[in-house]
Design a protein around this ligand. Structure first.
Ligand code: C2E
Ligand code: CA
Ligand code: CA
Ligand code: CA
Length: 272
């Protein structure tokens, strides 16, 4: 028997207890970790085929805690979305990424930085003002920032106008939007139709069987062709092998990301 949020939860299995304990520990420690800058951001390169350059670095959050060990984003982000701290994480990651962009601007021919954002963050926050504020504080050009949005959270019809409006204003300022995890959700087509997106990132689930399954191959080629016909720039993530890269290139992909190009690394390694 265990007290959770004031209520009594009875007869949970031992493993459920462990999950709950870990969740509530993450919940309790996250605010302090944020306050003490204990979260880290690592950056994964994206390679643009036409220019033969690393064109974008994607910011990915990391948390190493003495007691909790490694807290992965897939574990951390849903908890932060539930307790409201996602906005703090978002602001922290974006500030770090913008600072890196400014540093890279002088050295490496202005690659962009991209930051993962859930559309839900736009629904009841002054998201646009927060982002423009961070860009101003860090002196980062809006044209160097890309936002990767996922369709994990569908938005309500009444929020739609506000979300689209904020995104359009950011786009007018020079910020670009990437539709992340393309091909995994139900909302892709709706997002493509209504949101000001200029790039799509085909999800890594398709990379596993790309070389072995003719159907996967057809599907990926179809997604590339379709996106291009919509005027969108196409990226494949989770590319681990040369053979995958070669095939995607013949299919007309614009850019690739994955361990074949480079794993995520801390900012210090990029600036050196
Ligand atoms: P994502 O945006 O789809 O990011 C790609 C994930 O695949 C990353 O995992 C990355 O480390 C991993 N990856 C990169 N290359 C390869 C590869 O070649 N093979 C394989 N198997 N995996 C690869 P990570 O860092 O654990 O992030 C997981 C997810 O958490 C991200 O998926 C993203 O949706 C979310 N996330 C990460 N950082 C943030 C953040 O700061 N804010 C928000 N809102 N979400 C974040
Ligand atoms: Ca992403
Ligand atoms: Ca993905
Ligand atoms: Ca994702």
């Amino acid at each position: 028997v265990r007290q959770q949020g004031g209520g009594k939860i009875v007869s949970l299995s031992a493993s459920s207890h462990k999950v709950l304990d870990r969740r509530s520990l993450i919940n309790r420690k996250l605010l302090t970790a944020l306050d003490h800058n204990r979260l880290q951001v690592v950056y994964q390169p994206q390679y643009d085929i036409a220019s033969d350059k690393i064109s974008v670095y994607e910011a990915l959050v990391r948390w190493e805690d003495d007691e909790l060990g490694t807290v992965t984003p897939d574990e951390l982000i849903p908890i932060a979305e539930a307790n409201g701290l996602i906005a703090n994480i978002g602001a922290y990651v974006m500030t770090e990424a913008a600072q890196l962009a400014v540093k890279l601007d002088r050295k490496k021919g202005s690659p962009h930085v991209s930051v993962n954002t859930s559309v839900r963050e736009f629904s009841n926050n002054p998201m646009k003002d927060n982002i423009l504020g961070i860009l101003q504080e860090t002196s980062c050009r809006p044209g160097q920032l890309e936002l990767e949005i996922t369709e994990k959270f569908a938005f309500q019809a009444e929020e739609e106008q506000s979300i689209i409006q904020q995104m359009k204003e950011l786009q007018d300022a020079g910020v670009e939007f990437i539709l992340d995890d393309f091909g995994t959700g139900y909302a892709s087509f709706r997002y493509m139709q209504h949101l000001p997106i200029s790039k799509v990132k085909i999800d890594k689930v398709y990379m596993n069987s790309l070389l072995s399954h003719p159907k996967t191959q057809q599907l990926v080629e179809g997604m590339i062709q379709f996106s291009k016909s919509m005027g969108l720039y196409t990226i494949a993530e989770g590319v681990e092998h040369k053979a995958q890269y070669d095939l995607l290139k013949t299919m007309g992909i614009d850019a690739v990301q994955g361990y074949y190009i480079g794993a995520p690394v801390p900012a210090e390694k990029l600036i050196k």
